[in-house]
Design a protein around this ligand. Structure first.
Ligand code: NAD
Ligand code: MG
Length: 297
């Protein structure tokens, strides 16, 4: 069954109830129970990104990994960014990109370092012979119940990862992007409905929306489109590695989203494909909410 098969969205993917589990940040996807569905067996490409050259951050796991697989199957070459300790997850995704017949370049590093952001872009341009799609998916989320326990350093690191890194990557990439290129950033349903135990994270996601809408107006004058995907609850390594209270995992997504379940990463990928493909040529500065029905502006 591929993503085009007619199905009831409530049961198209299983209603998971993950057992209580905890990993060290950033977590390894292959050690999760259950393992997320990245579309390895279900995503069918139809040539929507033929010949494109994409840089994807957070491409080792979760939503970024599903996007890397989808982009490759749609015909794009891929440069993957992720943290060095995620090499095992990244290797699996790189193999799937290659199996789709596309080139893959792995550039592990820390996006909170602006110098890495610039090296990442330079390496992508060199390896793929150019760059025309930038997809910022890397993100940091750590739940902290009380303000007094939210370290100053953590607050800053969340902003550096979720907002500053996108700025540095985009700033380095823009001189290389020909007209027709696209940038897709990643917000969250938390941008509109902040959970009380992740005030740093939720506010970065509001910033991503706003930054993208301003930048979209500036860059469309050069033929570059900027848009955003705002996922709702999605089963990824972010959750069991400090993103949410592990005791809440058995209910993950079930009560927040009207659809009654969490998403699988494979369900986020088509939004990124659409916003990167030339078919969305008149979509500029938009946020595509992929959240199972949570009200959004
Ligand atoms: P994930 O843990 O699988 O992916 C996040 C990735 O971010 C990691 O794999 C890691 O490679 C990367 N990353 C984190 N810090 C980094 C750093 N300093 N340098 C380089 N890379 C770094 O989790 P995911 O849920 O797929 O997250 C992808 C994006 O989706 C994030 O921006 C997240 O905020 C957003 N999001 C997720 C959900 C959800 O429910 N999972 C909901 C809304 C938004
Ligand atoms: Mg990861």
């Amino acid at each position: 069954m591929d993503q085009y098969a007619f199905a009831d969205p409530r049961t198209r993917y299983p209603r998971i109830s993950p057992p209580v589990q905890q990993q060290e940040e950033p977590g390894l996807q292959q050690e999760m129970t259950p393992v997320p569905d990245l579309g390895e067996h279900g995503y069918r490409g139809t040539g929507r990104l033929t010949g494109r050259r994409a840089l994807i951050t957070g491409a080792d796991s979760g939503i970024g990994a599903a996007v890397a697989i989808a982009f490759a199957r749609e015909g794009a070459d891929v440069t993957m960014s992720y943290l060095p300790e995620e090499e095992d997850d990244a290797a699996q995704i790189a193999a799937l990109v290659e199996a789709a017949g596309r080139s893959v370049t792995r550039v592990p590093g820390d996006l909170t370092d602006p110098a890495y952001c610039r090296t990442l872009v330079d390496t992508a341009v060199h390896a793929m012979g150019g760059l025309d799609a930038v997809v910022n998916i890397a993100g940091k989320q750590r739940w902290v119940e009380r303000l007094e326990d939210l370290d100053d350093a953590l607050f800053e690191e969340t902003y550096r990862t979720n907002v500053f890194a996108a700025f540095h990557v985009i700033k380095a990439a823009v001189p290389h992007l020909p007209p027709g290129s696209t940038i897709v950033n990643t917000a969250s349903a938390e941008a509109y409905q902040p959970a009380p135990d992740r005030i740093d994270y939720a506010s970065t996601k509001a910033a991503v929306n706003n930054l993208s809408k301003g930048l979209a107006q500036q860059l469309v004058e050069r033929g570059i489109r900027v848009n955003v995907v705002a996922p709702g609850p999605t089963w990824t390594a972010l959750q069991p590695s400090g993103g949410v209270d592990p005791e809440t995992l058995p209910d993950f997504g079930a009560s927040e989203a009207p659809i009654g379940r969490a998403a699988q990463p494979v369900e986020q990928a088509p939004a990124y494909v659409f916003l990167t493909s030339a078919e969305s040529s008149f979509v500029v500065g938009a946020t595509l909410n992929v959240n199972g029905g949570m009200p959004s502006p």
